[in-house]
Structure formats: structure tokens, C-alpha cells
Design a protein around this ligand. Structure first.
Ligand code: GTP
Ligand code: MG
Length: 199
């Protein structure tokens, strides 16, 4: 898929303020700092479309980007960031959960996992919830440029073994790097295929 246009549409604090349109949406979620916004920029080849920061908790709203006027990419706030005020944290999680469970236009959720660290309880808990929410999802192992491909493969194997008891069907898996653009074509092809079959 060629990205001809990538335009910021709006930021929403909750499900009620999401765009009123009919584009299929593909959302990116994961722990704070896992690389969601960086991946959005890498996929679209726009350096500053989504805001990237080394400080966790940068993305605080649901951010919608219109791609080729045909589909939509959603950069979601990260979960599991302890320093966000307790009150805010609840609101973020509620808004994200409402969106994922209640958005009819949502086609697929990409759950980003840091390829360098062992399975985290919060990722497993989120995936368990996602599975009960009956939403299609895929896994993306990020920051693959930071280690050897053998180590990344090992991380994927370990993670899939950890989710096997809670998720009966193995989801599609991608390995990515926002720096080298590894995984970009595969993820875009996956989205293109889903859009084509949803017609
Ligand atoms: P929040 O919005 O805070 O939840 O974070 P996020 O998941 O959007 O992460 P973000 O894209 O802001 O990236 C966090 C940090 O990781 C930044 O310093 C990025 O430069 C770095 N980073 C993201 N992706 C990659 C990658 O593929 N490789 C490397 N080496 N660093 C990355
Ligand atoms: Mg972000």
C-alpha cells in the first residue's frame, strides 16, 4: 500500500467525541513508551504526524489520522504509566476501553509489545480483557533494531507461550522497528487485505 495522504483528523477524550465518518479504523495500543506514536509515523512516513517522546505518557487522547481518505489510524494513549495522576489514569483507561469495546468502525487493534523485555503482567491482563471484548487484534513486537533478530524471535516465542493459556487462537504477529522501518510493509499489507475483504 502506498501512503498518498496522512492527515490528522482530531483528538478525542472519549468514545462520544470520535469522528463521525465511515472509515475503517486500525488502532495502536500498548504500554507507555512502547513506541506507538513512532510506529504511526514510520507507517505513514511522516516524521511528526504523531507526537513522540522519551517521557512516558505523552499521548493522552485518542488521536485519529485519515489515511488515503480510505481508512484511519488511531494512536491511543499508553496503559500502565504510574505517574499519571490516579484520576486521569482511570479516565484514560475507561476512554480507551470504551473505544475498543464500543466502536463499531474499529476493524483491528494492534497491541504493541516491547521485544526487549519479558512478558509483563499488564500486557497479559490487557490481552485477556481484549479477548473477552471480542475485537480482532494482532501483536507487534517493537524496537527490533535494539537487539539481534535471534533475541527478538526468542522474545516472540516466550510471549506467545505466555498468552497461550489465556488466548486460545494465536493472533497474527509482526516485528517492527520505527528506526529501520522493519515490519512496515507487512503491517500495511495486512491492513490493505483487511480493508479489501471488508468491502
Ligand atoms: P506514549 O505516548 O507515552 O504512550 O508512548 P508511545 O508508545 O507513543 O512511544 P513513542 O513512540 O513516543 O516512543 C517512546 C520512545 O521510544 C521514544 O524515545 C522513541 O524514539 C523510542 N522508540 C520508539 N520506537 C522505536 C524503535 O523502533 N526503535 C528504537 N530504537 N527506539 C524507538
Ligand atoms: Mg504516544
Amino acid at each position: 500500500m502506498k501512503i498518498k495522504s496522512a492527515d490528522f483528523e482530531l483528538s478525542s477524550p472519549d468514545l462520544a467525541h470520535c469522528p463521525r465518518w465511515h472509515l475503517p479504523e486500525f488502532a495502536f495500543i500498548g504500554r507507555s513508551n512502547v513506541g506507538k506514536s513512532s510506529l504511526v509515523n514510520a507507517l505513514t512516513e511522516r516524521r511528526e504526524l504523531a507526537m513522540v517522546s522519551s517521557v512516558p505518557g505523552k499521548t493522552k487522547l485518542l488521536n485519529f489520522f485519515r489515511i488515503n481518505d480510505r481508512w484511519c489510524l488511531v494512536d491511543l494513549p499508553g496503559y500502565g504509566y504510574a505517574k499519571v495522576a490516579q484520576q486521569d489514569k482511570r479516565e484514560f483507561n475507561l476512554a480507551v476501553n470504551d473505544y475498543i469495546a464500543g466502536r463499531d468502525l474499529l476493524d483491528c487493534v494492534f497491541v504493541l509489545i516491547d521485544s526487549r523485555i519479558p512478558p509483563q503482567g499488564i500486557d497479559l491482563a490487557f490481552l485477556e480483557w481484549l479477548n473477552t471484548a471480542d475485537v480482532d487484534f494482532a501483536l507487534i513486537f517493537t524496537k527490533a533494531d535494539k537487539q539481534s533478530s535471534a533475541k527478538t524471535q526468542q522474545a516472540v516465542t516466550t510471549f506467545l507461550a505466555a498468552i497461550a493459556p489465556i488466548i486460545p487462537e494465536t493472533p497474527p504477529v509482526f516485528i517492527s522497528s520505527a528506526h529501520t522501518k522493519a515490519g512496515r510493509m507487512e503491517i500495511l499489507q495486512f491492513i490493505a487485505d483487511r480493508i479489501a475483504t471488508a468491502r
